[in-house]
Design a protein around this ligand. Structure first.
Ligand code: PLP
Length: 393
């Protein structure tokens, strides 16, 4: 079992456990070291130095310069800041290129731009293939002189599919278009070297890599035109107003330091556990289909559709055994619409409804995988017994 008693936690793309080392590093900043990093006195100044150390730790993970790191409140704020900044600094350009499978943090923002800004925008949402991958030629063809920014996620939160960001940035750069990537799911799971991948903006979020919730980062490459989103005091070198979330920033710095080790484990131990789980489920359960490219995928994520059963019902039954995962079908506003990601991939209705996302972490172990493999076939078989769709398939 994971650290939290009685829970087998396989929902790490939703949020992660704060690493014990991270928590330990944060604790003094809730008690003795409560100074404001902006204060003139030494008491606050020492906290300011630790915030700068955290900035260097984040920069280290991305192979970036600390001056390129802006602390924010979450991945969503980072996404909004990047996109709105690009539109404000290039007011003559009103076209955005993104994909149909972005997280709502990008998707809903792009769809709200007209009402938000009072200007008309054109948003190209690129389609994906049935395995969740993107067509690079189509991407290139979508760029025009009026394109202000490309915003494409590094890895998809539902399927784990990794986009070829390095190639896409090169194409955008050749056309002089700014590039933002939502790397919230990628950072800490796969290596990212921004000295080799010249994105202009990158978003990450603390709670996806074993730091606390409520802290994020926007990376802004040197010389990229930038205007702040949160306007106020001079914090973050005038690029994001508001007194810093000191303890969480320090926790995020520590998490980025740990991530070097975690990335190795994610790509060896966690990948092996994920593969064992995935292969075991597909072997033991008939009509189980993998959603997403087999290899171009985060090492921790497996999204499997169990045909003719309802994802939410599966989750409820899993929950009775303490197994935590997510479903790609959510009962929103009374309609049982499968997720926009699975719809964009053209996953048939009967399969999209029964999709379950397992997302593992370095804190999972083989016993947990064995337990899930033991319980899942019975859960699916019982639900199928009750499903008229399974009987009439
Ligand atoms: N982008 C992606 C790909 C995500 O998976 C998430 C969270 O699930 C976000 C953005 C939003 O991050 P936050 O919860 O820090 O706002």
């Amino acid at each position: 079992m994971s650290a939290a008693a009685n829970v087998i936690y396989m929902d790490n793309n939703a949020t992660t456990r704060v690493a014990p080392e991270v928590l330990e590093t944060m604790m003094p900043y809730f008690s003795d070291l409560y100074g404001n990093p902006s204060s003139m006195h030494v008491f606050g100044g020492q906290v300011g130095k630790v915030v700068e150390n955290a900035r260097a730790q984040v920069a280290g993970l991305l192979n970036a310069d600390p001056s390129e790191i802006i602390f924010t409140s979450c991945g969503t704020e980072s996404d909004s800041t990047a996109i709105l900044s690009a539109l404000q600094t290039q007011s003559d350009k009103r076209h955005i290129v993104t994909t149909r499978v972005e997280h709502p943090a990008v998707k809903n923002l792009c769809e709200s731009l007209d009402s938000l800004t009072g200007h008309k925008h054109r948003v190209t949402q690129l389609p994906v293939a049935s395995d969740g991958t993107i067509d690079l030629q189509r991407f290139e063809d979508s760029l025009g002189v009026e394109t202000a920014i490309v915003s494409v996620m590094w890895a998809n939160n539902e399927t784990g599919v990794i986009f070829p960001i390095e190639e896409m940035v090169q194409i955008a750069k050749d056309r002089g278009v700014l590039f933002h990537t939502d790397a919230v799911q990628a950072v800490g799971k796969i290596p990212i070297d921004l000295s080799k991948v010249p994105v202009d903006f990158l978003s990450l979020s603390g709670h996806k890599l074993h730091a606390p919730k409520g802290v994020g980062v926007l990376y802004v490459r040197k010389r990229t035109p930038f205007v702040p989103f949160v306007i106020g005091g001079h914090q973050e070198h005038g690029r994001r107003g508001g007194t810093e979330n000191v303890s969480s920033i320090i926790g995020l710095g520590k998490a980025c330091e740990l991530a070097a080790d975690h990335i190795t484990k994610e790509n060896t131990t966690v990948r092996a556990l994920r593969d064992k789980l995935e292969e075991g489920l597909m072997e033991r359960i008939p009509s189980a289909l993998l959603n997403g490219h087999k290899t171009m995928r985060l090492p921790n994520t497996s999204n499997i559709s169990f045909e003719y059963v309802e994802g939410e019902a599966i989750l409820l039954h899993m929950d009775r055994f303490g197994i935590c995962a997510s479903s790609g079908s959510a009962c929103t506003s009374g309609s049982l619409e499968p997720s926009h990601v699975l719809r964009a991939m053209g996953v048939p209705f009967t399969a999209a409804h029964g999709s379950i996302r397992f997302s593992l972490s370095v804190y999972n172990n083989e016993d947990e995988v064995d337990f899930v493999l033991d319980k899942m076939p019975g859960i699916i078989a019982n639900l199928r017994e009750m499903s008229p769709f399974w009987k009439n398939r």
